[in-house]
Each structure stands twice: as C-alpha cells, then as structure tokens.
Design a protein around this ligand. Structure first.
Ligand SMILES: Cc1cc2nc3c(=O)[nH]c(=O)nc-3n(C[C@H](O)[C@H](O)[C@H](O)COP(=O)(O)OP(=O)(O)OC[C@H]3O[C@@H](n4cnc5c(N)ncnc54)[C@H](O)[C@@H]3O)c2cc1C
Length: 408
C-alpha cells in the first residue's frame, strides 16, 4: 500500500491529509506534528480567539473524530529530526523512524525574535502558535499595558484585540510607517490613523534598543521615550522552517523551492505552506514567499492532486485577509511592478467602517487590490487579476459604476 507521510500538522499539513482522502487516495496517511493539538487555524489567535470570541473547538480545522474516521493516523507532539531520502524515512525526536513513498513537508514558519538586551525577559512574547497565544491572552485585560514591537499585521491585530479587552496598547515600528512591507502607504496610513482613533499609539520610525526588566519593565528606544509594559509582543515577521529540508539536500533559498505542483528538487518530496518559496504564475512570478492560509491551501491541493493522480488544480490569485476592529482588510495579488494606482471610495479613518479599495495597475491590468470593508471591490479585483482583464481606470475609480459593471 502506498504511504504518504506528512510532517507538520498545521494548516497546510492538516488540509493536505483531508484533501488526499477527498481526491480518492486510498493508501496510508500518517500526519505527524510537533504540537500537542490537532491541526488548527492560526488567524484567530490574534483576532477572535484572543478577544475571547471563539473557543478552542472553533480553532480546529476539523473535529477530533475526523482523522480516525478518514483513516488518517494523526500523531501529535512528535518532532521530526532527520530525513533520509535514499532510505525514504523520517526520524523523530523520540527515536521512531517512519517510512514513506511520498513525503509532504509542511513545517510552517517560526516567529522572529529579537536578540540582545532584555529580549529574553519572560514577559516578552511572540505569537505563532496556540501556546504563545495562551500566554499572551492571560497577560491581557483591563488596564494592562501591551507594547507591540513591529507594525505588521499580527502586531496590529493583537493591539486591536488588546483594546477590545480593555488593555492599553502601543505599537513601535522601525520603518517610516506601519505595514511598510505588506501594504501600500494609503492602506498603512489609514490603518494607523484608525488605530490612533481607538486609543492605540502607532509610532513609526521608532527603533527599539532593548527592554529593561525588574518590577516595572519597559522597552527602551533610540529616542528619549521608554515604553512601560506588563506584556511585550515582538511581531517582527517569521522565517521559514527549512533546517530539515536543507540538511536533506533539498534546494532552499529563504524557503524550500517548489514548483507549481508543490514538488521540491526531489520529485518524491513535496513542500507546502509558509516554509516554501513558490511560483505565482498568474502574477508572472517564479519565486515568491507567501505566508497566508489561501497559499497553504492551494499548495495542499497541488500536492494532494499530484499524489492522488488527479489533474493539477488551476492556479489561484494569491490573497490574504486581516481583521482589525470593525474592518475587514482583503488583499489579492501583489503590487510589484505596478505603474499606477486607482483609489475607489473615500479613504477616511473618521468614518466608522467606511469602505474603499486601492487598485494597483500595470498598464491597463490590475495586479493587486487592497480592499478595506469593500468585499465587492475585492471580489471584482481578484477576478480581473485572475482573468488578466483590461480595465478602464476612470470607471474603476467611479463608485457610481457598480463593481460588477467594471469587472465585465
Ligand atoms: C497570529 C497569526 C495570525 C495570522 N493571520 C492570518 C490571516 O488573517 N490571514 C491569512 O491568510 N494568514 C494568516 N496567518 C498566516 C497563516 O496562519 C499561515 O500562513 C498558515 O498557518 C501556514 O500554514 P502552514 O501549515 O504552512 O504552517 P503552520 O500552520 O505554522 O504549521 C506548521 C506546523 O509544523 C509543525 N512543525 C514545525 N517543525 C516541525 C518538525 N520538525 N516536526 C514536526 N512538526 C513540525 C509546527 O509545530 C506547526 O504545527 C496568521 C498567522 C499567525 C501566526
């Protein structure tokens, strides 16, 4: 019987196991992950779950009973330590050795930490998994002080959730504005202003030096100000978990290099999710890192289809979402290479929940849409990126022209 071993039981690995069965694969499936829980979704850890609006059950990708019902051998709390490509085995930290015919690596990414003065203080946290989130949640509450280092999505979401719990929050960002790597200045500045209006100080161009400890801890910066905290969250990005793949000789370059079927440089080994560097053919990119649930799911489909002998799934437009306060931010495509942009709707942080979208154009084609409480713009923009459809910029900017009419 053909056997698939999936190492890493997160969003990508858990989805690949389920999809293999959905696609009719009848061989053995072992799904082995380091965490003590069944596969779960990470996005709520900085949003609904952190605010206490979702329980642990709601985090799970599938009910506990699913794995036994589908003859998926789910092994929790097991950490892979070595891959032998010739013997086709994976060794785990507890000494067990598992064989495979197809290996899917789904090891995700790990939160970057800061090194140096005081960053090892136990009140300084990162947010990557449920264990991290539980520590953060326990530290938040009315009048607690949260200092977030890094104005990226995870940091801003955690700050918004902290406010919902009655805590005070400050976000310290090294760059000239929040979300500088992942959103346009229009969206980044809008979100900063939205946070300020809800009592979160988002401070750009603020370089942190370290923390000072003791009874009254704080973050020291290169300016005069220090920022006292009860809890500090370092949200400065994540790095792909590639050590195992590198040691096994798979081609890696800030991520395991995979093709559009999620195959690594060894055709018997697939890699999916945050650990990969992958093509995005619709955007004309051969080599990009995408840390998002939709990307993990797309690659889970690619690997499962290849193993189950099905036709490769059609390429998807990369997309991502974030929830902050009453805002839903949805982004499709990437702005790289865009030469113009069109704003549709009013960008006004004083308007509660007011929707707008920023479209990034290359010639007369949309390559990226950033939508804030604008689901029709997001859907329409994503569809036009998918189809590579030409767009009339004047009609696109005109909210009197319904999005459906622009997109056809
Ligand atoms: C707080 C937070 C909020 C997020 N919000 C959003 C969002 O709003 N929208 C969005 O699209 N994306 C969001 N993301 C990103 C999204 O969660 C990831 O893209 C997704 O989880 C990637 O899935 P993955 O399976 O590749 O990695 P993971 O889900 O991280 O799973 C990897 C698993 O592999 C395990 N593992 C690692 N090494 C080993 C080993 N040696 N042996 C065995 N197991 C191992 C890990 O313990 C982990 O369980 C968020 C992420 C975080 C942390």
């Amino acid at each position: 019987m053909t056997k698939v071993l999936i190492v890493g039981a997160g969003h990508a690995g858990g989805s690949a196991a389920a999809l293999l069965r959905q696609y009719g694969f009848e061989g053995g499936i072992v799904l082995a992950g380091a965490e003590p829980v069944a596969p779960y979704q990470r996005p709520p850890l900085s949003k609904a779950w952190l605010k206490g609006e979702a329980g642990e059950e709601e985090l799970l990708l599938r009910p506990e009973s699913f794995y036994a019902e589908q003859a998926i051998d789910l092994r929790r709390g097991v950490t892979a330590t070595a891959i032998d490509r010739t013997a086709r085995t994976v060794t785990f930290a507890d000494g067990t050795v598992e064989t495979w015919d197809h290996l899917i690596l789904a090891l995700g990414a790990e939160a970057r930490r800061l090194e140096g003065k005081g960053w090892d203080d136990p009140r300084v946290l990162v947010l990557r998994d449920m264990a991290d989130a539980e520590v953060l949640k326990a530290a938040l509450g009315p009048d607690r002080k949260l200092v977030v280092v890094g104005g990226g999505y995870v940091g801003l979401e955690a700050a918004a959730s902290a406010r919902a719990l009655g805590a005070q929050a400050v976000v310290l960002e090294r760059e000239a504005r929040a979300l500088s790597r992942v959103a346009s200045d229009i969206v980044g500045n809008f979100l900063s202003a939205y946070h300020w209006r809800r009592g979160v100080e988002v401070l750009p161009s603020t370089n942190v030096l370290g923390t000072y400890g003791g009874q009254n801890p704080g973050v020291a910066t290169d300016g005069a100000a220090v920022f006292p905290f009860d809890v500090c969250l370092v949200g400065v990005g994540a790095r792909p978990v590639t050590a195992l793949a590198e040691a096994a000789g798979l081609t890696c370059r800030d991520g395991v290099i995979v093709d559009d079927q999620a195959r690594t440089s060894d055709p018997a080994i697939f890699a999916i999710g945050d650990m990969t560097r992958r093509p995005a053919p619709i955007l004309g990119l051969t080599d990009v890192r995408l840390e998002s649930v939709p990307s993990a799911l797309e690659q889970a489909k690619q690997a499962a289809a290849a193993i189950a002998g099905r036709a490769p799934p059609a390429p998807e437009v990369p997309w991502f979402w974030s929830d902050q306060y009453d805002l839903k931010i949805q982004i499709a495509g990437l702005p790289d290479g865009a030469d113009a942009r069109v704003v549709r709707g009013e960008v006004d942080p004083a308007k509660i929940g007011g929707g707008f979208a920023v479209f990034h154009l290359k010639g007369d084609r949309i390559v990226c849409v950033e939508a804030v409480n604008a689901p029709a713009e997001f859907m329409g923009g994503r569809l036009m990126i998918q189809k590579g459809q030409a767009v009339d910029a004047t009609r696109l900017a005109d909210t009197a022209v319904p999005m459906k009419a622009v997109a056809t």
